[in-house]
Design a protein around this ligand. Structure first.
Ligand code: NAP
Length: 287
C-alpha cells in the first residue's frame, strides 16, 4: 500500500490531521486546552504529518491562529488545505457564504491568518444540492479558478458534493481533491469516492470516525469494529481508519483530534494491515 498521494502541488502522506476539533466545543471559541492544541500540531509534524486540513470558520479564527502559533515558519513540505463557502454567526451557527466575493474574502482571510502567500488547496464547500436561489456552481468555480491563476491557491478542491456536482465541476476545471463525508458508518458517498479513484483525484473523507457531533453514530461504538479491534489488540478508531486506507489508495485521512494521545493512536494506523477476514467482517458492519 502506498503511503503518499499527490494533491495539487504536493506529495502528502496519506495520514494527515483535521484541525476542526482544536477550537472549543461545537467548533466555536478558544480551545479547552490551548497548550494541548499546540502540542497536537507540533507533535503531528514531528511524527511526519505533512497535510493539515483547516478552515477560517473553525472557531472562527481559532484553528488557523493555533496552526500559525504552533508551526510558523512552516516546514517546506507542509500542505495546508482550507475551505471556503461558510461563515459563523455570533452564536456559532453555520451560514453559507458562497458569493464569489465571499469566497475570495475567505481565501484571503486564510492566507492572512496563516501568514502564507498560497494554500496547497482550498475546498469549495457546497451546501448540498443547489436550489434556484443559490449561487451557480460555475460562478463559484470561476472565482476559485481566478484565485488559482493569481497563485493564491495551488489546487481547487470541492466538498459536500453529489456525483452530479462532482462531474459538473470536473467539466469546468481541474479538481485537486474532494472532501465528502465517508466512513465505516456512512458509506453513502461510495459513488463519488469510486469516481475520484478512477480519475486519480485525492479523496479526503470528513467524519472518518463518525464526527464529534454527539447525535451522529460513531465508528468506535460499532460492535463489529470493536470485535476486530479486540482480535488485533488495537484501539477501535485505528481499525476504522485502517479500513479507510484499505478502501482505495487515493483516500487521505484527516481525523479530527484535540489530544496528543488520540494523535499518536491514529498515526499508528500506518503499522496496521487488515487481513481479508478483517475486511470482510468490517464490510458487514457497514452493511
Ligand atoms: N469539508 C467539510 O465540510 C468538513 C466537515 C467536517 C469536517 N471536516 C474536516 O474533517 C476532519 C475530520 O472530521 P471531524 O473532526 O469532524 O470528525 P472525525 O474525525 O470523524 O471525529 C472526530 C472525533 O473523533 C475523536 N477521535 C479522534 N481520534 C480518536 C481515537 N483515536 N479514539 C477515540 N476517539 C477519537 C475526536 O476526539 P478528540 O477531539 O477528543 O481527539 C473527535 O471527537 C475535521 O477535523 C475537518 O478538518 C471537513
Amino acid at each position: 500500500m502506498t503511503d503518499t498521494f499527490q494533491m495539487a502541488d504536493r506529495t502528502v502522506r496519506r495520514i494527515g490531521l483535521g484541525a476542526m476539533q482544536l477550537p472549543g466545543p461545537g467548533v466555536f471559541g478558544p480551545p479547552r486546552d490551548r497548550g494541548e492544541a499546540l502540542r497536537v500540531l507540533r507533535r503531528a509534524v514531528e511524527l511526519g504529518v505533512n497535510h493539515i486540513d483547516t478552515a477560517q470558520y473553525y472557531g472562527p479564527d481559532v484553528s488557523n491562529e493555533l496552526i500559525r502559533s504552533a508551526l510558523h515558519p512552516y516546514p517546506d513540505d507542509l500542505a495546508i488545505v482550507s475551505k471556503v463557502g461558510a461563515l459563523r454567526d455570533e452564536k456559532g451557527g453555520w451560514r453559507s457564504a458562497q458569493q464569489p466575493a465571499e469566497l475570495r474574502a475567505g481565501v484571503e482571510a486564510n492566507l492572512r491568518a496563516l501568514d502564507i502567500d498560497h494554500l496547497t488547496a482550498v475546498n469549495l464547500r457546497l451546501m448540498g444540492e443547489q436550489g434556484p436561489s443559490e449561487v451557480a456552481l460555475e460562478d463559484q468555480l470561476a472565482e476559485m479558478v481566478a484565485l488559482r491563476e493569481e497563485g493564491k491557491i495551488a489546487g481547487i478542491g470541492i466538498s459536500t458534493v453529489s456525483a452530479t456536482q462532482f462531474a459538473a465541476a470536473r467539466a469546468i476545471t481541474e479538481i485537486a481533491c474532494v472532501q465528502n463525508a465517508f466512513s465505516l458508518v456512512d458509506q453513502s458517498d461510495a459513488e463519488v469516492l469510486d469516481a475520484c479513484t478512477a480519475a486519480g483525484i485525492a479523496y479526503v473523507p470528513y467524519f472518518p470516525l463518525g464526527s464529534a457531533f454527539p447525535q451522529m453514530p460513531k465508528v468506535v461504538d460499532q460492535p463489529g469494529v470493536q470485535a476486530v479491534a479486540a482480535r488485533l489488540g488495537v484501539p477501535a478508531a485505528r481499525v476504522g481508519l485502517a479500513w479507510l486506507l484499505a478502501r482505495a489508495e487515493n483516500v487521505l485521512l484527516i481525523p479530527g483530534i484535540s489530544s496528543v494521545a488520540h494523535l499518536e493512536d491514529n498515526l499508528a494506523v500506518a503499522g496496521l494491515r487488515l487481513g481479508p477476514d478483517d475486511l470482510a467482517e468490517l464490510d458487514g458492519v457497514a452493511a
